[in-house]
Design a protein around this ligand. Structure first.
Ligand code: PAF
Length: 376
């Protein structure tokens, strides 16, 4: 049964003093948030979690790698609708970056992240004040921002395909789609999520639909390894024109952003074909391909200072549980339509051009998907 929550002030004395104790032993960072503690190590998280359990409170967990955007905030808002307390982790996980992927250039925006989370907690507090007693309106109760040594306490985190370490591998799902060009990616994701779930023992965990393969792998892991949490998937947050929000969009700049929208347009064209009643791979993916091929040809015809080149890594029509490629969509099951575009670095930039973080030189991988809904 849901109940009105008024946040820290509604804690029992023991729980609220625990939060204060926990906060005082939390990390002193560049920017220290005031409405929730930031923990760098596991015991404080466990201590708070135990106290919340004793007080019959529920925990929704939102794992992130920071560089927070509206998509992350929508996961937290959803968690606040279903839980009294929300834990958010911020950890740029080294084992999900391949040896050739640049872990060090992943955007790290701690101060801006804390500002966004504090503002959101205020918003949630106001929503709680306005809500009826039947509505659960949780708050962010803790940020977990561990070091790599905390998360990988024995061996150093390895990104090698045959590297040593204690890993969670979910096959064959991890080898498909994104796994084709990023062989260690889902091993790293599953491993870090399993660790984070073990540390936070949440009632529910929240993931964005945008990373559809990640959501399917996490659901499989939770089922196969009997993890006692519910997996909630929240729909993709998009810009007004449809571009899916991603921490990596900061690298795009105006030119690559405009061309990168091709990914969404291609998926929408394919979805339209399915909605019109067609179910064959050739018809559905043909529509997506014709969009990417046309835009690529247009770009190739431009000069290097005007164009943005890209490569479609994959365009997939797959089963929603197994991610097996489909020749024909079974209307009673629907399908996952997904694609990845590799936006190449700009060849030449113009004076005054807004090229994004890294000056247009950072290759950007864009992924997106649409669910072809089952139909009766
Ligand atoms: O989606 C992400 O940001 C990451 O893959 C996750 C789930 C936080 C694991 O590092």
């Amino acid at each position: 049964m849901s109940r009105l929550v008024t946040g820290v002030r509604s804690f029992s004395t023991a729980a609220s003093s625990l939060l204060i104790d926990a906060a005082s032993s939390a990390v002193r960072s560049a920017r220290q948030p005031s409405s929730f503690p930031v923990f760098r190590d596991v015991p404080q998280v466990r201590q708070l979690r135990r106290q919340l359990l004793k007080n019959d409170r529920s925990v929704g967990f939102v794992p992130t790698m920071g560089a927070l955007h509206e998509g992350h905030l929508s996961l937290i808002r959803e968690a606040a609708r279903e839980n009294t307390d929300i834990f958010v982790s911020i950890f740029v996980n080294p084992t999900q970056f391949g040896v050739n992927e640049d872990l060090s250039s992943y955007p790290r925006t701690w101060d801006a992240d804390m500002e966004k989370l504090e503002k959101l907690n205020e918003e949630l507090a106001n929503a709680a004040a306005a809500a009826s007693s039947e509505t659960t309106t949780g708050r962010i109760s803790a940020i977990f921002a561990p070091t790599a040594k905390v998360m990988y306490p024995t061996l150093p985190p390895s990104s090698e395909v045959d590297g040593n370490g204690s890993f969670v591998t979910i096959t064959p799902l991890s080898k498909k789609l994104e796994g084709g060009s990023r062989p260690v990616f889902f091993r790293g994701v599953a491993t870090v999520c399993m660790k984070l779930f073990n540390i936070t023992t949440p009632d529910r965990v929240y993931f964005g639909q945008k990373d559809v393969q990640q959501t399917i792998i996490i659901k499989r892991m939770v089922q196969d390894l009997h993890v006692g949490t519910e997996v909630r998937i929240v729909s993709t947050s998009r810009e007004a024109d449809g571009l899916a929000l991603s921490s990596r969009n900061v690298y795009l700049g105006d030119r690559r952003r405009a061309v990168g929208l091709t990914l969404y347009k291609a998926l929408k064209a394919a979805e339209e074909v399915y909605r019109s009643g067609k179910t064959s791979r050739a018809d559905i993916l043909g529509a997506a391909r014709s969009v990417t091929d046309r835009v690529l040809a247009e770009q190739q015809a431009l000069s290097p200072s005007e164009r943005a080149l890209f490569e479609a890594d994959y365009i997939s029509l797959a089963d929603p549980d197994t991610l097996d490629e489909l020749d024909l969509v079974d209307r009673s099951r629907g399908a996952v339509l997904s694609a990845a575009l590799k936006m190449a670095p700009l060849e030449e930039t113009r004076d005054g051009e807004r090229c994004g973080l890294g000056g247009g030189k950072v290759p950007v991988r864009l992924i997106d998907n649409l669910i072809l809904q089952p139909q009766q």
